[in-house]
Design a protein around this ligand. Structure first.
Ligand code: GTP
Ligand code: ZN
Length: 365
């Protein structure tokens, strides 16, 4: 019942990183510090070695997470421990904003890894959502997050069967907000487009699905897996079962090759340090901005602004500029939030130091 590691994405480059004497495996799930690891010998549950725990205390980012390649050590009593986490190619990270962090500083300044070694981020947006057509701004926002992670984004417009003739013009609009990104229309009703999505997963690549509730992510995962691995909303509604009550797999191997990582954290994913991603998503605006008279032009009311001129001439849709402004503000807010927490943390540390100094009497005048 072992796993063919190459089907999980194992390759020579990873093999070269594996410390001698350790057994390789891919982390399929982490529960309160215990990792579930897929190895050539099957499913293994592994605690963290003392060294991994120590590194994690200093920097929680280094702790094993779903998608990681781990080096396992077999202990004399037959149990296993994660003795090494191999270097990650990519990481989907979320800031700890709004969470109480016992770990202190690094939790909030560096965020939390939601998934590692993700090659592709499918941004899934329904052609029709209730009575609304696809939300272009949401696509832009998730593209920013995907670029930030290092994964290659692919836009998937789901439920294409619901739109009819208007689909072509929607696809043009989507292509315009996703420069340099592949865009596919799919339908699980007609089966259209599923093969195009599957084609990206060749060579045992790993993907995450980002998108709003009801977008059809579980339905697509099942179509790709060729079996019912995820409980969809329809089934949840008809039998009243909650999601993941039976089998909650977080690393799903697909029948046709490739893997999908699906975790509660990825489903709630927010925006983290995405200023660089914003630039990539809005490469058209960045391109225009190169012609603005002032290098620090805010494209508000500055004279000689090439971006405003493009809106004026109709070359750049105003909606696009509005989206850019909104994401810029959010990215700034995120950054200031992080800074504020860092300052708070520093103040707290100073108070502790002062208290200790008083106790030892060294700061008496
Ligand atoms: N017409 C149509 N309906 C679809 C399609 N794909 C999914 N649906 C329906 O849309 C609903 C939501 O699908 P899910 O796959 O559960 O959506 P999800 O994105 O996984 O939602 P969450 O689990 O809440 O995040 C279900 O009732 C599906 O049957 C499609 O291509 N066409
Ligand atoms: Zn400008």
């Amino acid at each position: 019942m072992g796993f063919d590691l190459s089907l999980l994405g194992w390759n020579d480059a990873l093999a070269a990183e594996l410390p001698a004497g350790l057994v390789p495996g891919r982390v399929s799930r982490v529960d309160r510090g215990t990792a579930e690891v897929l190895t050539a010998d099957g499913h293994v549950r592994a605690a963290q070695s003392a060294a991994v725990r120590r590194a994690g205390a200093a920097d929680p980012i280094s702790l094993p997470c779903v998608g990681d390649w781990a080096g396992l050590r077999e202990l004399p009593d037959g149990r296993h421990e994660v003795a090494a986490v191999l270097p990650r190619r990519t990481a989907l990270v979320r800031a700890g904003v709004g969470r109480t962090s016992r770990g202190g500083l690094s939790d909030d300044s560096q965020g939390q890894v939601l998934a590692a070694n993700v090659d592709l981020a499918f941004v899934v947006e329904p052609a029709m959502h209730a009575t609304d057509t696809a939300d272009l701004s949401r696509i832009e926002r998730l593209l920013a997050l995907a670029w930030e992670s290092g994964a290659t984004p692919v836009v998937v417009i789901s439920k294409a069967d619901l739109l009819g003739d208007a689909l072509d013009s929607l696809m043009d609009d989507v292509a315009a907000v996703a420069p340099g990104v592949d865009v596919h229309a799919i339908s699980s009703v007609t089966g259209e487009g599923v093969d195009l999505v599957r084609a990206h997963l060749g060579g045992s690549r790993t993907a995450v699905l980002l998108g709003p509730s009801g977008a059809g992510k579980s339905t697509l995962t099942n179509a790709l897996a060729g079996e019912e691995v995820m409980v969809t909303q329809q089934i949840r509604a008809s039998d009243g079962r909650g999601r993941h009550t039976t089998t909650h797999r977080e690393l799903i191997t697909l029948a046709g090759g490739g893997l999908i990582i699906d975790t509660p954290g990825i489903r709630r994913v927010g925006l983290y340090e995405m200023s660089e991603g914003v630039d990539l998503v809005f490469s058209d605006i960045e391109g225009l901005a190169a012609d603005c008279r002032f290098a620090d032009c805010g494209h508000d009311a500055e004279p000689g602004c090439a971006v405003l001129a493009a809106v004026e001439s109709g070359e750049l849709p105003y909606r696009r500029l509005a989206s850019w402004r909104k994401l810029q503000r959010e990215a700034q807010w995120m950054a200031s939030r992080t800074d504020a927490r860092l300052r708070q943390e520093k103040t707290r540390q100073w108070k502790v130091i002062h208290k200790e100094m008083r106790r030892s009497g060294r700061n008496r005048p």
